[in-house]
Design a protein around this ligand. Structure first.
Ligand SMILES: Cc1cc2nc3c(=O)[nH]c(=O)nc-3n(C[C@H](O)[C@H](O)[C@H](O)COP(=O)(O)O)c2cc1C
Length: 317
């Protein structure tokens, strides 16, 4: 699929996930063949004020692969300014967040709250598109709640304002991350616009990816929670969409080897204290399903040295 002039090697896109898709995890997702990797959402205001933590979040140096950086905000001018900064840093695609359900975000009319303000949403998209040369995309939900489902309207506005693609997460803001994603809204959006549509929500297996493509006619699929502790899902979905191929599930040795490499890279990038804090949730995901997982998780949460964590992971094989 193409996003503007950018041709992706495959239509399997990995989602932006705050606190999760940092540089180390993005490198892993790319190594699994992700057609486009997304960074964590960053605030327009924090970017324009040069906030140090935000600039750290945006450490995309050396990431030559198709990389999407997502920004959130509610003011067209500030969003445009933020987009210019993100483009200068080297993002290949800029995504506008219209899906985040968090109260502290929607309170400021940011994230999914923009779906309740279609005119403002359109102004933001137009302002960002006009400010940068790179393709601009919009990630939205089905709507705010079941009584105000308007993904079609927002997608049509996005298309009119020059967006290169839209991603549709088949849940309302009201649902947060619970319940089943409604893929029929993805199909209806696909029928309503000519720009590429990326489907999102509940891809837990490679088969789900294929089923979503078939059921909705979407141009690409976006994987989110399914890849936590299981980045192989990306590789499997790429293979499944290419030729229906099945890939064997990684055995424990392979999983632990990746967990250790992930840990080492995070510590290299963030230091031991921050790195270990960041890795605890990932390690809990990597060990999911193994015997005694809950006891091991407690142990992981007590360990403060990389060497000790590494030893523990090795001992599980
Ligand atoms: C911990 C977490 C962080 C997320 N961060 C972002 C984000 O920064 N930007 C965004 O657009 N969506 C974010 N999402 C939403 C996902 O990108 C995705 O739309 C959602 O999880 C639905 O897909 P899934 O059912 O496959 O998980 C986040 C989701 C989770 C669970």
């Amino acid at each position: 699929m193409k996003i503007g002039s950018l041709a992706l090697a495959n239509p399997v896109i990995t989602a932006p996930m705050a606190g999760i898709t940092d540089k180390a995890f993005r490198e892993i997702l790319k190594s699994m063949g992700s057609g486009m990797v997304s960074a964590e959402m960053v605030s327009d205001k924090a970017l324009t004020y040069g906030n140090r933590n935000t600039l750290e979040l945006l450490d995309i140096q050396g990431e030559a692969y198709p990389l999407c950086v997502q920004i959130f905000g509610s003011e067209p001018d500030v969003m445009a300014e933020a987009a210019v900064i993100v483009a200068e840093i080297g993002a290949h695609v800029i995504d506008i967040n219209m899906g985040c359900p968090a109260p502290k975000i929607v309170r400021n009319r940011e994230g999914s709250a923009l779906m309740r303000h279609p005119i403002l949403a359109g102004e933001i998209i137009q302002s960002v598109v006009q400010a940068v040369q790179v393709p601009v995309t919009v990630k939205m939900r089905k709507g705010w709640d079941e009584s105000s489902v308007n993904a079609l309207e927002i997608a049509q506005i996005a298309e009119k304002m020059g967006a290169a693609a839209v991603t549709v997460h088949g849940r309302t803001r009201d649902q947060f991350y619970s319940g089943q994603a409604d893929w029929s809204i993805i199909r209806r959006v696909k029928q309503a616009v000519a720009i590429p549509v990326i489907g999102n929500g509940d891809i837990w297996s490679a088969e789900d990816g294929l089923r979503m493509m078939e059921a909705t006619g979407c141009d690409g699929v976006m994987i989110a929670r399914g890849m936590l502790g299981n980045p192989w899902l990306v590789q499997n979905t790429v293979a499944m969409l290419k030729d229906g191929g099945e890939t064997a599930a990684p055995d424990l040795e392979v999983r632990m080897a990746l967990a250790r490499a992930h840990l080492a890279r995070v510590v290299e990038l963030k230091g031991e204290v921050q790195g270990i804090k960041q890795m605890r949730k990932h390690l809990a995901w990597y060990i999911r399903g193994i015997r005694d997982a809950s006891r091991i998780r407690t142990e992981i949460n007590r360990i403060t040295r990389q060497a000790d964590l590494d030893r523990l992971l090795l001992s599980l094989v």
